[in-house]
Design a protein around this ligand. Sequence first.
Ligand SMILES: [Fe+2]
Length: 403
Amino acid sequence: MSSSTRSFLHKGRFANIIEDGGGGEVVVPFDTSWLPTEILSAVAAAETLLDKKEENDNAASSCASSTTVLPDHLSPPMFVDVFDYNDPSYNVENDGVGKEESLSQLGREARSIIDDALDTKRNSEDVEDSTINAVLFRGLSNCIQTAQDFKTFWSGCIDGAEGRNEMTYVPFGKGRNTLDGVDLVTPFPPSMALKCHNEMSYNPRPAGRIAFYCIEAASKGGETILARNADLTKYVSTELQQFVKEHGGILYRREYYDERRNPNPSSDIHRHMGSWQKKTGTNDEKDAISFFTNLGFSLEGVNFDEEGTLIVENVHPGFIKDDDDREVWFNVLYMGLFKLADGTSIPSDMLQQLMLDEWRAVHVLKLHPGDWIVLNNQSVQHGRLPFVDGPDQKRTILTVYTD
Ligand SMILES: [Fe+2]
């Protein structure tokens, strides 16, 4: 255990928790039984794992193999700035008429803290490791209890904000489920880990920031995982990085079937991706093309084939410049679904190594009800570990994005 000291710096209704000498450094899953065996060797490569595993082996062995066993209170990694909500006088039950304005004002206060934190470097000799990539607000559950409350808070947060506009989630396939009009996190199978990724890194315009509000945590597991792109870039082999560059970047390709000609597609891919009519919200082919060009896709990359299937393609270098002007790894090649721009496939041994290497940059953080984490999507990835819901406890995490 680290011997950290904590101090507080008050900012409006929030207190900045400053940990000196603490912070949860690389902590990959203690119970790794849910991981495919080839990933275990990479997990073991993270130095802290072995110590932690010994400490937790007994606890792990008694748990279901599909869940991780991690303590509830994990210190956030150093690149996350933490703020506690600090206004015990506020009570939604008694607030009546003032509730909307109060939540909206709280959103504005949070927004100012986020902008300060994400645009500021820690005062440290090692600037590279002191950049703040995320802000975690804790203890909001007494004032933000529902998706509706969150909507009001969020509207205050983005209201009048300069330089950041709310974005719509545009994934490869179908969109997310919503709760009172707010997106829920991806319905990816709970028994599987959702690997770290940058939101919409495959689109011409990825999200600038992404945020998660926890209404309810899973009864077991479901920890949020974070990985800085700068760290990933150190772990991903130079051979693969060079290979991607030499072959012109990554070709992201999507296919959306025509539901008029093919109302019941037999192809798994088509069923998974959905029709272009559903994707674009129109039955008009020109409007469907505009849907994508408005998102930054080039007109040449959006085409109907002779079956009426809409093919949407874009090439991304697979790297971006982060806030510190470093070229960082920024792609979803680990999914194993994409070719490079010149049609070359990634050799399978490189892909397997990538899947191992990426785990080495992972930090683990448990979101509790009332926690809101805002990430710089251009410099830190997110994902989550497997989880199990209880009969009366369903993991419920809201998500919003800005450019
Ligand atoms: Fe995501």
